[in-house]
Design a protein around this ligand. Sequence first.
Ligand code: FAD
Length: 413
Amino acid sequence: MPRVAIIGGGPAGLMAAEQMVATTETTAGPRVDGLEAVIFDAMPSFGRKFLMAGKGGMNITHAEPLPDFIGRYGERQEVLGPLLESFGPQALRQWIAGLGITTFVGSSGRVFPAEMKAAPLLRAWLHRLRGLGVHFHVRHRWLGWATDGALRFATPAGEIQFAADAVILALGGGSWAKLGSDGAWAPLLRERGVSVAPLKPANCGFDVGWSAHFSTRFAGQPVKPVIGSAGGRRLPGEFTITAGGIEGGLVYALAAPLRDALGRDGSSELHLDLAPGRTLARLRADLARPRGHDSLANHLRRRAGIEGVKAGLLREFLPISMLTAPDRLAEAIKDFRLPVKAPRPIDEAISTAGGVRFEGMDEQLMLQNLPGVFCAGEMLDWEAPTGGYLLTACLTTGRVAGLGARAWLAGKS
Ligand SMILES: Cc1cc2nc3c(=O)[nH]c(=O)nc-3n(C[C@H](O)[C@H](O)[C@H](O)COP(=O)(O)OP(=O)(O)OC[C@H]3O[C@@H](n4cnc5c(N)ncnc54)[C@H](O)[C@@H]3O)c2cc1C
């Protein structure tokens, strides 16, 4: 009886497993008679990061037009585009509906499951997979391959080996290790000649290194509204001051160019328009009006609408000679340059860039160096902003790898 091992029980692995046991020819290609699908995870339960993604409101995909959607994958849009054309946001919503969960489009175009939670979806999905005959093993940490090619797992009862005819790796990225995905798979694959791009934080915060005074006063405060730009991207939004740096939606959206500039040039600046509602000309004119007995803080508030943390940022970085020169101050408010020192550690990031390179895989996501071994999900070398793009690509690549493994086994039998 052919056996397929799926390692990693996050959204990518579960979607891959579903393809192995799906009963209809139309959704999963030719059936493989007697195929046994076994899914392993190192953690005591499946889908822990998926559940965490559901905590603040699970954003599972996005309703924008498909070409725009595909464009969010940046350098990887060419390779992910065809996969998303065959199973994209719309198909994903239908698939969720098949689990008895409705989805809705939020005001920003983001798509959420009803109640915005992941738990009901995961529950229904695991129930369906069990019903279709998938075997589940928790607390099985994959350790690599034995000399005879069997898979090695550390389990509470000691090491075991499992011989599989095909393997799907869906081991996640390298962030939030306590939820299971720790990136420990990277050296195991490199040892086997698989090309793996270094794992890097994506959708992450950055260290700035505030003065003690600024940090004590403003940590936890939002900076809004602003327009941020980096690497040619310009976005309205907001972010939050942390004890040592910055985090939040706008920072995550611009994290890739900020991180890449640090890696390339050793320095990086987040450009901010701190007064998005006012033109430079107006700011110049208003700030040039006589200050009289007004303090600088009052003058900034009355003439430029700048106060609180925004005023704090100006004081933190600008010399007094600039703060008192209306023209230069107006320019600094419209193009404030916030130097960032380093991305926050990968474990804190929402997602991971880098991973198994597409160049070393075929179109079914099978590793050229390891025939019969497929990869899916965040462990692949792509990155995308938050907004449902992460989960969509994990589910889509899980589906492709599952279908690929099934077709590969069908070809062998
Ligand atoms: C706080 C937070 C919020 C998020 N919110 C969103 C959101 O709203 N929308 C969105 O699109 N994305 C979101 N994401 C990202 C999304 O959750 C991930 O991209 C997605 O879960 C990745 O799926 P995956 O199946 O590739 O990997 P994972 O979900 O990480 O699953 C990998 C699995 O592999 C297992 N594993 C790892 N190594 C081994 C091993 N050696 N042996 C056995 N098992 C192993 C792990 O235990 C884990 O269960 C969020 C992430 C975080 C951290």
